[in-house]
Structures are given as structure tokens and as C-alpha cells.
Design a protein around this ligand. Structure first.
Ligand code: BG6
Length: 492
């Protein structure tokens, strides 16, 4: 009875995202019985592929899952390819007929999911045609899943949103932020709202600062063409980091429903401090990676990568301070950082608590200060959480030392946990938009990001490249915290 019924129309069916994420995720839903007999997928792209060729592409994309051959073939049989020029109205007529035929063949009740997995400059034109050429159905559901980037700044995001809203209502729009599909990002709410000892301390009386780190060890690889137009601010901070900060900062929702959560997210984002240009220059640090040799491997400068300008100003690193101006958070900085070619791939949140009012063990210790309590939420690559507490050192006297209470999911449990895209696709099939981004959230995070972009646009980054590959970014990222008497907890 868990079987979902829908036709997927994927724009960008030959692309990297479809092959790396969407097809394997759909297959896992198929293996688990969520997709069975009553689904079909139309992949569209410019290339003139045959269905047969497309089926091979689908099967190739499943290789990592080591599927049973017969099962992979049966799955691929639900896929149809249509060569499609998104600006050509006649192609939508062909698409409408194909969709109607498949609807009948697989008894899909008019349920449709439209997936935008291609260059965002075509989102508007596609969505317009879906309506004008009557591909949207009256019978079942019509849901639009949109990949990032959703706009380039507030203005373009707003224009894109208005275009989309002419064909879809807000509750039909599923703006993907794949971090919201990650197991441990979803666990933030469970840790906060399921534990009184945590939620009761979750405010500016007990928390000194919060640190969000999304560090990556890889460089831009083949995506420099896109990355040059985005940079780390638009690629990671405006979306993934802002979403994590929002989940950490929001008030407890009345219930765990999409609507109640969304209301709290929007509310707390309204209290997000939008910097002035001068504040942005102080509160945000940018970086760009430079060459290094690591384990005998020669890593080059970002500026030497293919499709990157030799004097590129694009930031591959950002560190900064976000602030929520409300009763709960006033005075607590949320320090965030992300970057390419850093020391490790690691996504984590460190919540640093205030010190006890007085250190009565001072006389017995070498240190004047006790170590602060830190609650760490490990998002990737390991999943779990840890609490750093102070305890007495064994032996005479009263010296203290920090001890770690650590919980990690076993590798086995995490290997079976649904991949972010799989989870989000199933949510969309169920009509559950809890883990998607509402327009009001996006609008506010763009307003926030825009000022920082404007501040940076005023002066080129004279010191780029300013961090070596394999480090944790430029020195200025440490100085940023030092100014507030803090330091990065995660320092590999
Ligand atoms: C994407 C960014 O949204 O997230 C990429 O565009 C980044 O630049 C990626 O590498 C990181 O995602 P994950 O799931 O590998 O942490």
C-alpha cells in the first residue's frame, strides 16, 4: 500500500545531477517498493538519444548500487527519452502527448512531478510552457521540484519566483536544498526538541557561540564554469548554511508539521540581521585556494583551473558571522564557514556553551580557564553527536580535564540510511514539503547574501589566493572569531 503513483518529467535528463543522484535515488525507491508498476519517467534534454540508449544510461547510473540485472532492466523499462528544445513550443506538444499516453499505460491518475535539473536560466520558460501547452493536469497532483541555484541575487530570485508562480501555487513548488534531506540535519530537530536538558539551555543565557562548518577537500573539479558565476557565498552560504542556521535558531514549532515548521523558520529568519556594507566587510572573510603538494600530489591554484579567469575574484572560501536579533539569540554569534580544498570533508555544528560563573578548580590546574562545554552535531562523514564536559583528573588534587561523551551511528546504520535525494523525492511524492524551502525563506537569505556580495564587489580581493590547499582557510577566518573571544572548535 506504500506504492506511489506518478509520472516524472525530468528536464535535464542527460545531465550530471540526473545520473549521479536522481536515477539511483529513484531506483532505491523502486527496490523498496515505493515505486512499482505505476510510475514512469520522461527524461528530456537536447541530445538526440533513443530510448534504448537512454535505458543504458539509466543502468550505468545504477552501477554503484550493484543491482540485480533483471531488476535494473525492469526499472529502466519505465524510462522514456524525449529530445527537447525547451524554447520550442512544438516540443511541448509532443511531450504532452507522450505524457498522456504514459498516464494511460501505467494508470498514473494524472499525478505529475516536474523536475528542473538543468541550467536555471530555462526554468521560467519551461514552467510557462507547462501551463500554456496544458501539460499540467486537472486530475491528479502537479508538483514542481526546483534545483538550486534559485536566482543569482534577491532580484533575480524574485523574478524567477514570479514566473513560476504564474503556473504553480506555492504549495505545489518544492525548492530543493539537499542538505535538508540529510539524516543528521533532520536530526537537529530531534536533538533540540526531544531533549529537555538540551532545549532548556538553548539560548543566549547558556550558549556562547554556535559554529557551522561545511568543509570540503575537493576543489571545483569540472564545475568551474558554474562556480565562477557563484562562488562559495551563493553556492553554500545562501542556501545550505543558512538553512542549518535556521533549524538551529528557530523556536519550537507547535507540531512537527510542514506548516508549523515553515512558520517558525520564516519567523526566525525575519530576525536575521542584515549587515550594512561596512558591517559585511568586517563580519565576512573570503578566500581562494592556492597550490600545494599533498601526499606527493600536485594541487594547483583555483585560478589555474579550466574555465577560471587567471585573475578570478571568485571566493572558494567564506567565513562569517550571522546574528539573529531576538530574545533567544541576541548576543550569540553564529560563526559559519565553508570552503573547497580544505583539510577535510566535514560537515558539523559545534555549540559552545558559556563557562560556569567561576572556576573553583583554578588553584589545582595549570589553566586558569575550564574548557567550555561543547555539543557537536556530526553531520558528515560520520553521523552522531558528542558532548564535551569537564571531569576530574584521576589522582590526587583537583585538576580537571575535558572528556567526550560520544554517540555515533554505526557504519551499517548509516549505509542503509536513505540518501538525501531519495528521501526528498519520496517526500515530494507524499506531498510533504517540510524539508523544502519556502519562498519567504529564500527571499530573506538572498537579502542577507546580497549585501556581502555588494561589499566584496566594491573591492577586488587583492590577496587571492590567500590559503593553501589542505589548510582550513585564510588566517582572517581565525581572527574573525578571536575578535569575539572565540576560536574554531574544529581545527584539524
Ligand atoms: C552543492 C554545491 O550544493 O553541495 C557543491 O553546489 C558542493 O559545490 C555540494 O560540493 C556539497 O554537497 P555534499 O552533499 O557533498 O556535502
Amino acid at each position: 500500500q506504500n506504492e506511489k503513483v506518478a509520472l516524472f518529467i525530468i528536464f535535464g535528463g542527460s545531465g550530471d545531477l540526473a545520473r549521479r543522484k536522481l536515477y539511483p535515488s529513484l531506483f532505491r525507491l523502486y527496490q523498496k517498493g515505493y515505486l512499482k508498476d505505476h510510475f514512469a519517467v520522461v527524461g528530456t534534454a537536447r541530445r538526440p538519444w533513443t530510448n534504448e540508449y537512454y535505458h543504458n544510461i539509466i543502468k550505468e547510473s545504477l552501477a554503484d548500487l550493484k543491482p540485480d540485472d533483471a531488476q535494473a532492466t525492469a526499472f529502466a523499462d519505465h524510462f522514456y527519452y524525449q529530445s527537447h528544445d525547451v524554447t520550442n513550443t512544438e516540443h511541448y506538444v509532443v511531450l504532452r502527448d507522450l505524457a498522456a499516453k504514459l498516464d494511460q499505460k501505467y494508470q498514473l491518475n494524472g499525478n505529475r512531478i516536474y523536475y528542473m535539473a538543468m541550467s536555471p536560466r530555462f526554468f521560467g520558460v519551461i514552467v510557462g510552457h507547462l501551463k500554456s501547452e496544458q501539460i499540467l493536469t486537472d486530475a491528479g497532483f502537479n508538483r514542481l521540484i526546483i534545483e538550486k541555484p534559485f536566482g543569482h541575487d534577491f532580484q533575480s530570485a524574485k523574478e524567477l519566483n514570479s514566473e513560476i508562480r504564474t503556473s504553480f501555487s506555492e504549495d505545489q513548488i518544492y525548492r530543493i536544498d539537499h542538505y535538508l534531506g540529510k539524516e543528521m540535519v533532520q536530526n537537529i530537530s530531534a536533538i533540540r526538541f526531544g531533549n529537555n536538558i538540551i532545549e532548556s539551555l538553548w539560548n543566549n543565557r547558556y550558549i556562547d557561540n554556535i559554529q557551522i562548518t561545511l568543509s570540503e577537500s575537493l576543489g571545483v573539479e569540472e564545475r568551474a564554469g558554474y562556480y565562477e558565476t557563484a562562488g562559495a557565498m551563493r553556492d553554500m552560504v545562501q542556501n545550505h548554511i543558512s538553512q542549518i542556521a535556521t533549524l538551529l535558531a528557530m523556536e519550537p514549532p507547535v507540531s512537527f508539521s510542514a506548516e508549523d515548521i515553515r512558520n517558525e523558520k520564516i519567523k526566525v529568519l525575519r530576525s536575521l540581521h542584515i549587515d550594512t556594507i561596512e558591517e559585511a566587510k568586517r563580519n565576512f572573510v573570503r578566500g581562494q585556494y592556492g597550490a600545494a603538494t599533498i601526499d606527493g600530489q600536485q594541487l594547483d591554484n583555483y585560478r589555474d583551473a579550466d574555465q577560471v579567469a587567471t585573475d578570478s575574484n571568485t571566493e572558494t572560501f567564506v567565513a562569517g558571522k550571522m546574528e539573529f536579533e531576538n530574545f533567544r539569540w541576541s548576543g550569540v554569534p553564529f560563526f559559519v564557514r565553508t570552503g573547497k580544498r580544505l583539510a577535510q570533508k566535514a560537515t558539523r555544528v559545534d555549540i559552545v556553551f558559556k563557562q560556569v560563573p567561576q572556576n573553583i578548580f583554578k588553584a589545582a590546574s595549570d589553566n586558569d580557564e575550564l574548557a567550555p562545554n561543547v555539543l557537536t552535531i556530526y553531520i558528515e562523514p560520520t553521523e552522531g553527536f558528542g558532548l564535551r564536559a569537564n571531569a576530574k583528573q584521576i589522582g590526587q588534587g583537583y585538576a580537571t580535564r575535558p572528556v567526550d561523551l560520544d554517540f555515533r551511528h554505526s557504519a551499517r546504520a548509516t549505509a542503509n540510511s536513505p540518501e538525501a535525494y531519495e528521501r526528498l523525492l519520496l517526500d515530494a511524492l507524499n506531498g510533504d514539503s517540510t524539508n523544502f524551502t519556502h519562498w519567504d525563506e529564500l527571499a530573506q537569505t538572498w537579502r542577507f547574501a546580497d549585501v556581502i556580495e555588494q561589499a566584496w564587489a566594491q573591492e577586488p580581493a587583492a590577496d587571492f589566493p590567500n590559503y593553501v590547499s589542505g589548510s582550513m582557510g585564510p588566517k582572517a577566518a581565525d581572527e574573525l572569531l578571536a575578535r569575539d573571544g572565540a576560536k574554531w572548535v574544529f581545527d584539524p
